[in-house]
Design a protein around this ligand. Structure first.
Ligand code: ADP
Length: 264
């Protein structure tokens, strides 16, 4: 009788140079995950933490734009990569290594190899936390992080509409199955404050909070649709960095404080 081979044992390698590795993920694209990741990173910085930002979306890197980074990372030995520092944050993105216009037509193994390079060959130095902006979904990148990288916590960003929430449930189950600690869920584009002072729940109400409850996860907070969040991202200077006292930056700070508590 043929015997099943034993399941492959993965060794989880830590990202060197940081005390904490935090994944920011979303099950669906376009829910504002990259915007939240970068603003959250600077909200953590405003709490006195030394930050790094790793853009793990090899197909659609957005960090160079969100932070207006034009510099290429350097290497002294042709192997290890020195991250680019901007606004006191150490940054790394596939978008810094390839031309902006170059489409990334990669197969799974190439993606896995790129993720391994960005987690093992980048000389992160003296960081309290590296915020990893994950690609949307539950594909090769997520699996590589879940199985082969020592991750300390993950947060899931979603908008509150049913369509996005369905995918969130899949995302929660993936992290639960692979043993990644979910620190909580964030509801982005939760409401829009009109000139009349009223809040308009464009994508529905409290869906993310309910999903968090359903799966026994922490709910970290609501973030509104705000033009300043979009325009600061377009200018390449995230709102929580350019205007830390903005009402939306303070909401990010509140979420950052909750996340910081889980670092101990
Ligand atoms: P994702 O990473 O999920 O694909 P992005 O962070 O790229 O999403 O956001 C998509 C678009 O929505 C961007 O133009 C971004 O500036 C904008 N955006 C994201 N969150 C907000 C928000 N809370 N308020 C206003 N605009 C937002």
């Amino acid at each position: 009788m043929s015997q099943k081979p034993p399941p492959k044992q993965f060794v989880k390698m830590p990202i060197n140079g940081t005390k904490f590795t935090l994944l920011v993920s979303s099950a669906k694209g376009g829910v504002g995950k990259s915007t939240v990741a970068v603003n959250l990173a600077f909200a953590l910085q405003s709490l006195g933490l030394k930050i790094g930002i790793l853009d793990a979306d090899v197909y659609g890197p957005s960090l160079p734009k969100l932070m207006k980074i034009n510099e290429k990372p350097k290497s002294e030995d042709g192997k290890a990569i020195i991250p680019v520092t901007k606004y006191d944050a150490q940054c790394m993105s596939m978008g810094l290594l390839v031309d902006e216009q170059t489409p990334m037509i990669w197969r799974g193994p190439m993606v896995i190899s790129a993720i391994k390079t960005m987690t093992q060959k980048v000389l992160w130095k003296d960081r309290d936390v590296i915020v990893v902006d994950m690609p949307p979904g539950t594909g090769d990148t997520q699996l590589t992080f879940a199985q082969e990288v020592k991750v300390d916590g993950a947060i899931i960003v979603s908008t509150p509409q049913d369509l996005a929430l369905l995918d969130v449930k899949r995302g929660i189950q993936m992290f639960d199955k692979t043993g990644v600690n979910i620190l909580g869920l964030i509801d982005n584009m939760s409401y829009f404050k009109g000139d009349d002072g009223k809040d308009y729940q464009i994508f529905g109400e409290s869906g993310v909070e309910k999903t968090a409850k359903e799966f026994n996860k922490k709910f970290l907070g609501h973030l509104p649709i705000h033009q300043d969040l979009r325009s600061s991202a377009d200018k390449g200077d995230p709102l929580t960095h350019s205007n830390p006292n903005h009402e939306v930056s303070l909401l990010f700070k509140n979420i950052a404080e909750k996340i910081k508590q889980s670092f101990q």
